[in-house]
Design a protein around this ligand. Structure first.
Ligand code: ATP
Ligand code: MG
Length: 399
């Protein structure tokens, strides 16, 4: 077992010593069996939350209503969730009621996909009640139980299905796929933030083409914010010969380019997706840079304005579009810029005020900006004396 599981074994042992069952479950077991490094381990137990709290001295009530208690161990924190069943789902997204149960089987039954419904005991023995192992081997994503029912219970599972197709490069089982097609509209019941989270994972998947193809083919895209009219750009994205994104912002920049969005339209679009301001700003900049790149080489001053992270991501998008662009060469030009940010300019407003009879205000800002541009264009060296001399010229020539 990898270290991350080894380290958690004493936790399982302690729960068992108290007379309860405890297993590794969910994504960590799936990833282990796929030979991937799990990012965390989830533990499920027959012990009720109060019982877990009496077994371990240091705990946090993370999601006590849903049965999750975090146990703070020496080297790590572990989320331990009581076996539970769910019922209700009046609103297609959240169970009205969760009931703690003592049986692992009932807990595994409420999980979304067969590959996510595996458990493993402390001896490394896998408990596989829904043929998740066979699906894992065959590369199949299949809902546990009757797909339509499961998507009615929680419509987010449809997005989870296609994002796993992208992350794992798996095939969606036909009945599961058909149920998504029939129930896609239920996605409207789900909070945009939760859809967005799955969408981002889909975009960064190793097989984004599969996820994207399913997103279009099942009609899920119609029920995502402002996407209903975007079949064409999505389709165009799908037909690019290579598709792999290192960042979400790169994907949005490329999508917006294919959709003929202006940067401000992209901003509105991403707001509807409840994106962070940082993602919105970055995606818009990438789109701006990409629009320029598709026409001509960026000038050094543009490289400077955008900054390397934006240029790099726009360059990645440009390459996906088949635009022949040498990112290494661009990087060299960027590296050779005399300054990389305003902070590196040896002159500033304070120095200008001290040396010249100026008042703070827009004029001062204009002079500074001009000096910055001339430094970037290597017309003036970034030395105080040269900059003061140039500032003097600029101020004296003021109309
Ligand atoms: P990731 O690697 O992205 O964390 P994961 O499978 O661990 O993937 P989580 O959201 O962390 O996904 O959920 C942990 C487990 O909880 C899943 O493996 C699955 O068994 C169960 N689960 C999560 N979300 C749902 C859901 N909407 N419906 C049913 N079961 C779910
Ligand atoms: Mg997880």
């Amino acid at each position: 077992l990898p270290t991350i599981f080894q380290q958690a074994l004493p936790i399982l042992a302690k729960i068992q010593a108290a007379g309860f069952e405890a297993y590794f479950v969910g994504g960590s077991v799936r990833d282990l069996l796929l030979g991937k490094q799990p990012h965390d381990v989830d533990i499920a137990t027959s012990a009720y939350p109060a019982e877990i709290k009496s077994i371990f001295p240091r705990t946090v009530d993370t999601g006590i209503k849903h049965g999750t208690v975090t146990v703070l161990a020496k080297s790590a924190a572990y989320e331990i969730t009581t076996f539970r069943t769910e019922s209700g789902y009046q609103d297609f997204r959240r169970p009205d009621q969760v009931t703690f149960v003592r049986s692992l089987q009932d807990d595994l039954k409420r999980r979304d996909l067969t590959i996510n419904a595996l458990a493993m005991d402390s001896a490394g023995q896998v408990i596989d009640l829904f043929d998740g192992l066979a699906d894992l081997r065959a590369g199949i994503i299949r809902a546990v139980g009757i797909p339509t029912e499961r998507f009615h219970e929680d419509a987010l599972r449809m997005m989870r299905t296609i994002r796993f197709a992208s992350q794992l490069a798996f095939e969606i089982e036909p009945r599961t796929r058909a149920a998504i097609e029939q129930n896609a509209e239920l996605l409207l019941k789900i909070a945009v933030e939760r859809i967005h989270e799955e969408w981002q994972k889909l975009l960064l998947g190793q097989a984004v083409q599969r996820g994207l193809a399913s997103f279009i083919q099942t009609g899920l895209y119609r029920y995502c914010p402002q996407m209903s009219t975007c079949q064409e750009p999505l389709q165009k994205m799908l037909t690019l010969p290579v598709l792999h994104f290192k960042t979400v912002a790169t994907a949005w920049g490329l999508f917006a380019y294919l959709a003929n969005f202006s940067p401000s339209k992209l901003g509105d679009f991403l707001k509807a997706w409840k994106s962070s301001n940082q993602l919105i700003e970055e995606s818009r900049e990438i789109l701006r840079a990409l629009l320029l790149m598709t026409r001509r080489d960026l000038k050094p001053s543009e490289l400077y304005q955008f900054g390397w992270p934006v240029v790099w991501q726009a360059g990645e998008a440009a390459n996906l579009l088949g635009i022949d662009l040498d990112l290494n060469q661009l990087h060299q030009i960027y590296q050779q810029l005399p300054i990389k940010s305003t902070k590196e300019l040896v002159i500033n407003g304070g120095i200008l005020l001290k040396n010249f009879n100026l008042k703070p205000g827009p004029y001062l800002g204009k002079i500074l900006k001009q000096l910055e541009v001339e430094v970037i264009e290597k017309k003036v060296p970034n030395h105080l004396d040269s900059l003061l001399a140039r500032a003097k010229q600029l101020i004296c020539s003021k109309p």
